[in-house]
Every structure is written in C-alpha cells, then in structure tokens.
Design a binder for this molecule. Structure first.
Ligand code: HPA
Ligand code: ZN
Length: 363
C-alpha cells in the first residue's frame, strides 16, 4: 500500500504556501534577513508545534512567516515545496497564498506574488508540475481590507485563478466577504473558501449561496446537516480534506474518528491534501498513509480520492482527462484487468477552462 500511495499520480488542492516553511528554511531565511527568531534551535521550533485549535496554530504560523522579506525568499519557499511535491508524485497543484500576512508588514504585493509565480513557472518547466495560484483573504481582518487587497491584486489577475478565504473561522462568516467575492468574480476569478472546519455547517451554505464558491476547503462539519450533504453530493462540490491538519488542530480526536471514509461513502467529492505540511507533520503522501491506516481505506478508495483530486481541479476538461488517464494506467498495474473497465476516464468531467489566463503551460 505504501508504494501504491507514494507513486500514485495526484493533485493537491489545499496547500498554504506559507505553511510549507520548514524550520530549516525558517532559520536560513532569518539569518539571511537578519531577523531574530523566538527559538534557539530547530528542535525548539518543532517542539512548539503543539496546537489546541486553529487559532493556536495561526499565531505560530503568522510569526514564522515574518522571515519572508524578499522576492527570492518567496521563490525559495515555493521552489522547496515544488521539489518535495515532485518526490510525492503530485502532478498538479493549486496553491494558496495570504498576501495580507505580508503586506501588513510592509512587504509589497508585487514582491510576494512575483517570487511565488517565478517558482511556479520553473515548477512547470523543470519539474513538469502544473499549477494554479489562489489568493486568500484573511477572514479575521475587515471586508474593506480584503477589498483593498483585491485592488492591489488586479494588475496581476492573469497570474491568479481564484480567490479563497482562510484564517480564524469562528465569528467570521463567509457573508462578510460577499461584496469582495462578487467583485473578484466580475474580474473572472473563480471562488473557493475555507468553511466548516471549525465553523458550523451554515457557513458552508453561506459560501455556496453568497460567495458562489466552486469548492469548499475542509467542509468536514457538513455532516452535521444531512440536507447539506445531499446538496454537496448532488452538485459534486469538491471538499478539500486535510486529515493530519484536522487531527493536529483537534477538529477530531483521532484518525480513526475522521469522517473521510464516511464522506466517500456518501458520494461526496473528497480528496486528500496537506494544508500546512511543515506544521502538521507531513505532506500529501503522509496524509494518505495516515488516513489509509486509521480508516482502513481500500486501494479502490485511495484510487477514488486521487481521481477526485483531478476532477476537482480548475484545469480544462482535456487536462483533467489526461491526468485521469495517467492515473488509470497506473492503477491498472495494481489490479486485475477484469476490474479495470469500471474505472475508465469519466466523460463528464467539468470544464473550468473558459477563462482568459496567461497559463503555466500544461504539457
Ligand atoms: N484554516 C484556516 N486558515 C488557515 C489554515 C486552515 O487550515 N491554514 C492556514 N491558514
Ligand atoms: Zn487551509
């Protein structure tokens, strides 16, 4: 099973680039930028990563991001993630970044996005990993601040695929950002939002109805509302699940209690992601392995999760079909030919390619 998971072609759709900052790079950047860290060793940093809830994580995560100053720092951060992604056979990735975490400290939007974009282009050309970039608004800040951030982003909108919503969920409902999302959509950006991680199922309804999101990030609390589950399954709204994150942030007490398998059985379009791998103890393959072990996922279920990951991307229908063919060919080597025919490429893959973008070319 380990080999099957490690080599499995997959897409990652819920990954905060600031959450990939490993303590080693944090120390290297702190030295390069002459920033004093509140830790004296890498071990001390890792020991600090004990979280009781989302907010206790966010406090440490925003503090760590302070070492990112120059365009090259954002490049190095993104490039390190992409190199890791290649070893995990991530074929396509749609990454989040939090511009306000940096612009609030006086770093320009241009510095942030240019470094990330340069690494993503290199990722396509040198590692054959295609990508999309999603700009997240910090929901604990004001709607005006989000609107101002969108204005700053508009000159770079050809580098962006979607807007997202992250940071402290409780008390910051999606409806707070209705106007800024409407404006982003007017500019051709797609929409996703974190909802139903710590916040209630109602926040998922709000994200769907008021922000018109095409995917829900986390969304695990949808199970508290059976009508919502039916709606999500009927519309095949993807839910980007992050198993290790949910355990580390105490959303569920143990992996055995994680609802991923139940969600698959309910016909929901769920897949596995790493969220903030440097903080939560593993990248995507470690998430797959932990969920497989805790929930006794079958090879067929692992395959379905990987297939959902490609279905749920913002790639064109042809690009999705190409990756799913690659996945099916891989899967064929692990199962009896008689089982194959039920797993052929779907003909009804959804197409999100209608946008005019300057894409990172997908070979
Ligand atoms: N939830 C909300 N905000 C975040 C997360 C998360 O899981 N990771 C980074 N910012
Ligand atoms: Zn997240």
């Amino acid at each position: 099973m380990n080999n099957f998971i490690n080599q499995l072609p997959k897409a990652e759709l819920h990954l905060h680039i600031e959450g990939t900052l490993e303590p080693e790079l944090m120390f290297a950047l702190a030295a390069r930028n002459q920033i004093k860290l509140p830790y004296s060793s890498i071990e001390e940093v890792r020991n600090a990563y004990q979280f009781q809830n989302l907010q206790s994580f966010l406090d440490i995560y925003y503090a760590g991001a302070k070492v990112l100053i120059h365009e090259q720092d954002f490049y190095d951060l993104t490039w390190a993630y992409l190199q890791k992604a290649q070893t995990q056979n991530i074929r396509h990735t749609e990454i989040f970044f939090d511009p306000q975490t940096h612009t609030q400290r006086g770093i320009t939007f241009k510095v942030v996005i240019s470094g990330i974009r340069r690494a993503l282009v290199d990722g396509q050309n040198k590692l054959n990993i295609s990508s999309h970039l999603i700009m997240c608004f910090l929901r604990d800040l004001t709607a005006e601040n989000a609107l101002q951030t969108l204005e700053e982003a508009l000159p770079y909108k050809h580098w962006l695929t979607a807007v997202g919503l992250d940071s402290g969920e409780a008390g910051n409902p999606p409806s707070k950002f209705r106007e800024v999302y409407a404006k982003a959509r007017e500019h051709g950006l797609l929409a996703v939002a974190h909802a139903g991680e710590e916040g209630p199922a109602d926040y998922i309804w709000e994200a769907l109805d008021q922000l018109q999101v095409l995917r829900i990030d986390h969304g695990v609390r949808c199970l508290e509302d059976p009508t919502l589950v039916i709606e999500l399954a009927k519309r095949q709204i993807p839910l980007t699940i992050c198993p290790l994150s949910n355990i580390k942030l105490c959303v569920f007490k143990s992996m055995e209690l994680h609802p991923l398998k139940k969600m698959l059985e309910a016909g929901l379009c769920v897949m596995v992601n790493s969220d903030d791998p440097a903080y939560f103890g593993g990248h995507i393959n470690e998430n797959f392995l932990a969920a497989q072990k805790g929930l006794e996922l079958t090879q067929q279920e692992i395959y379905q999760l990987a297939k959902n990951s490609f279905q749920a991307t913002f790639l064109s229908m042809q690009q999705k079909a190409k990756f799913i063919t690659e996945l099916d060919e891989y899967y064929q080597t692990f199962i009896l030919p008689a089982d194959l025919y039920g797993n052929a490429v779907d003909t009804n893959v959804q197409d999100h390619a209608g946008l005019q973008k300057i894409p990172i070319i997908h070979s």
